[in-house]
Design a protein around this ligand. Structure first.
Ligand code: GLN
Ligand code: ZN
Length: 814
């Protein structure tokens, strides 16, 4: 069937923040969880929020009648929404569904959060963002069908609003069928129900040999076909299917298989269903926009753009911020709309509209462009990853604000570009000029380029990332620290009680004097140190009570960063974070942590470990500048940390830990980019630590146990001791590290801090023995999986006591 008509509007966005300008959805959802409000009340709040959002987007410049506004709302997560849509609920939750397999709202949240022994779906990072999605579990007999009409209801309620006000025709958006299955983990038939909290980690083991979720493609596609029919019947002109799985090499499925799945899926959805009414036969589906955010559709592995262009979908959205501007012509594109994602959905800088318009004009030029049937202007990704509105930031300087674009500003940018493209530059001349002057003012502003910072990074030499050979360091450190075999320590934070949090908050609000705040923090540190001495730990920490967040704490003190008041971004479910904005050259005006660490050290004869957040993690959890390569920014942060290490040493601290939990998360989606990334990330870590004296013991901490791609990098960090999560995987990482030739200290976590459960002495002893058998026992440290800040004191004390006893038991056998 020939597709002739593409009437997608010229301006659109791929998605918009769902949590609300004042986190209305977070509050409503949490109050429902707490039993303070009913499901009906929650639904009413959500409906108001969707209506207000859709109308605001129209005010900002998206057309009301042409499906320019995406229907991208979610109560919790868009991948969980797809699970609900399909009724693809693991059988341990089957009792929660209604007839027909539909998940009521309370059950939807139970799948997300677990209940009693029923573990929730596992959570993991969404592509290379800080957003976490829930991982579907798909087995050979997982039910799959079109079971939930929520999207249709939401479409209808905005198209025919009950209040009689402005109607908005939205474009319902969903995770696409291929991406849904590629992100799913294989599950076994009926096994999970019996497994309690281990269900998700064992689900994959129970899957029949050779089964992959992608094997269920036909079932998923059949359900999506029913969804599309229902949307068409409701009058939806467009639907959006997100297929970011096409921009990554990291899902370990060869391109040919992905391509085959895409062809099958979109033949069934686009070719076999008609988008146009034919006589008495109504349209069978809306027109289809497939999006490919977060990266480049084209790679060494294959050409995803040609693949999509070869299907019968009506529109394709590509990411022109992360991806290269493709050159054409691309067969098949001539009868499609290309949505050019020129506005960055993943960062907060105001765009250079003049340059963006030039890119668009190039794509549109007859004969020279891609030969797309029509061109629309869009965002590179959903705006989910940025806060709502720069105008909502009373504390940011006017200069900085003029350089920023949050979601609302980005919508206006998209609208401006679309007008410029359709009507010519003259029609938007003043807005282009304004954007150009903002870009220039940013480039020239004091603090953006600081000559002393640039001179220092320019003067770096390979010697700056080298320490003495490990054997020499180990001997000097042992002479200084005199630690027993299997030394015990923690990862840094101790439980953050509500008193600590309210003390910090009162101080921030100005209700507590500096002196009272310091006294309160010191008292907390003193009690944490006393507790550790009582427990008999070998290397102590100060406990981090003064830190709200391991990145924000540093960002607030370093030059070059700004922090926001309302700049909330959804991290997962109802949880939001406010990433700092790294806008200028980074330097350290004063020591960051020395006061607290030195105070802790003054209270004990045991070694106290200083705690820093590493450069890669600071970058990963901030909005980073787009005018300097990340590696250069990382070096600046690293030098600030390097000076901190020197100051800690001067204060008598002999052990310093630099946490890099985000090392793996920032790994590029394309393999070809891995060497470059690993090179700068490892270098910046070493730069931050290599100034340490030979006798200073450098630790690092990584929060996960699946190392795969980064195992070489971990060795490359050259830390004296590396602690990792390992309790749940039963020390799996230790033999892997040994096989990879890792020969320095390793602290595989022996206490799973993600749950309040107290591990028994026997359990911990087993794990310590296992570790000591898998690698030279002289290298093994005994510690929890991660920081203890989310735990309560009762279980923490008991668990650490067991940990110390287990270490002593195994120590006696060495
Ligand atoms: N030192 C930090 C803590 O203990 C590390 C946290 C992390 O790895 N995410 O809380
Ligand atoms: Zn951790």
């Amino acid at each position: 069937m020939a597709v002739t008509n593409t009437h997608l509007p010229t301006a659109t966005i791929l998605g918009y923040p769902r949590i609300g300008r004042r986190r209305e959805l977070k509050r409503a959802v949490e109050s429902f969880w707490a039993g303070r409000t009913t499901a009906d009340e929650l639904e009413a709040t959500a409906r108001d929020l969707r209506l207000a959002t859709a109308r605001r987007l129209v005010d900002l410049g998206l057309e009301a009648g042409t499906a320019a506004v995406p229907g991208s709302f979610s109560y919790y997560d868009q991948v969980l929404d797809a699970v609900a849509l399909l009724g693809a609920v693991p059988d341990r939750f089957a009792g929660l569904t209604t007839d027909g397999g539909r998940l009521p709202l309370d059950a939807y949240f139970t799948v997300a959060r677990g209940e009693g022994d029923n573990a929730p779906l596992e959570m993991t990072k969404w592509f290379d963002t800080n957003y976490h999605y829930l991982v579907p579990e798909i087995g050979p007999d997982t039910p799959i069908g079109y079971t939930d009409d929520r999207a249709v209801r939401e479409f209808t309620e905005l198209a025919n609003p009950a209040d009689g006000g402005q109607a908005v025709v939205t474009r319902p958006a969903f995770v696409g069928p291929v991406t849904f299955l590629l992100l799913s983990k294989p599950a076994g038939p009926s096994a999970a129900a019996l497994r309690g909290s281990q269900a998700h980690s064992s689900a994959a083991d129970d899957a029949p040999e050779g089964f992959r979720p992608l094997d269920r493609l036909d079932d998923v596609v059949a359900a999506y076909a029913d969804l599309l029919r229902a949307l068409a019947a409701a009058g939806a002109p467009w639907v959006q299917l997100d297929e970011p799985a096409l921009v990554t090499d990291l899902l370990d499925v060869p391109f040919d298989e992905v391509a085959d799945a895409v062809r099958r899926a979109y033949t069934a959805l686009a070719t076999e269903l008609s988008p146009t009414a034919d006589g008495d036969t109504p349209a069978q589906r809306p027109e289809i926009l497939v999006t490919a955010p977060y990266g480049d559709l084209r790679s060494d592995a294959g050409d995803g753009l040609a693949l999509l262009a070869g299907t019968d979908v009506e529109a394709i959205a590509i990411d022109l911020v992360r991806g290269a501007v493709p050159t054409g012509p691309v067969p098949g594109l001539e009868n499609k709309t290309l949505v050019a994602g020129v506005i960055d959905g993943h960062n907060i800088w105001r765009a250079d509209l003049d340059a963006r318009l030039t890119t668009l004009e190039g794509l549109a030029a007859p004969g020279t462009g891609l030969g797309a049937g029509a061109l629309a202007v869009g965002t590179s990704t959903s705006l989910l990853h940025v806060p709502h509105d720069v105008a909502d930031e009373p504390r940011l300087g006017e200069d900085l604000k003029s350089w920023l674009a949050f979601a609302d500003q980005k919508v206006a940018e998209v609208a401006t570009l679309a007008t410029g493209l359709a009507e010519g530059r003259a029609a938007v001349a003043d807005r282009l000029a304004e954007s150009t002057s903002a870009v220039r003012s940013r480039a020239a502003a004091p603090g953006v380029v600081v000559p002393e910072v640039r001179e220092r990074t320019a003067a770096l030499t390979p010697a700056d990332v080298e320490r003495a050979p490990y054997a020499e360091r180990a001997a000097a450190q042992q002479a200084r620290l005199n630690l027993p075999p299997l030394p015990t320590t923690t990862i840094g934070s101790f439980p953050q009680t509500s008193e600590i949090r309210s003390t910090r908050a009162a101080w921030v609000r100005g209700e507590l004097s500096d002196a009272d705040y310091t006294a309160a923090m010191r008292a907390e540190i003193a009690s944490t140190v006393a507790l550790q001495e009582e427990l008999g730990l070998d290397v102590l920490v100060h406990g981090e009570p003064e830190r709200n967040d391991m990145v924000q704490y540093f960002a607030e003190q370093l030059d070059g960063f700004a922090t926001t008041v309302n700049g909330w971004v959804q991290s997962y479910g109802s949880r939001c974070v406010r990433p700092p904005i790294l806008w200028g050259d980074v330097s350290r005006p004063a020591p960051l942590t020395v006061e607290w660490t030195a105070y802790a050290a003054s209270l004990t004869d045991k070694p106290v470990k200083g705690m820093l957040t590493g450069p890669v993690t600071i970058l990963a959890w901030s909005f980073v500048r787009d005018d300097l390569p990340l590696g250069d920014t990382a070096d600046q942060v690293a030098l600030a940390l390097r000076d901190e290490v020197t100051d800690l040493e001067a204060a008598g601290i002999g052990v310093v830990q630099v946490d890099e939990p985000a090392l793996r998360e920032l790994l590029p989606l394309r393999r070809a980019a891995h060497p470059g990334y690993l090179d700068w990330s490892v270098r910046s870590f070493r730069l931050s630590t290599a100034g340490a004296d030979t006798a200073t013991q450098v630790h690092t901490h990584l929060c996960y146990s699946e190392f795969g791609q980064v195992i070489g990098a971990i060795d490359g960090l050259d830390a004296d001791v590396t602690s990792v999560e390992a309790a749940r995987s039963r020390m799996e990482i230790v033999p892997e590290l040994a096989d990879a030739g890792y020969g320095r200290g390793i602290g595989p976590g022996v206490y799973d801090i993600h749950s309040p459960r107290v591990p028994s002495v026997e359990e911990v002893t087993d794990l310590v023995e296992l570790a000591a058998k898998s690698i030279d026992p002289r290298l093994v440290w005994v510690n929890p999986d991660c920081g203890l800040k989310t735990r309560a004191y009762a279980e923490t004390k008991e668990s650490l006591a067991h940990l110390v006893e287990a270490a002593r038991t195994v120590r006696a056998t060495l």
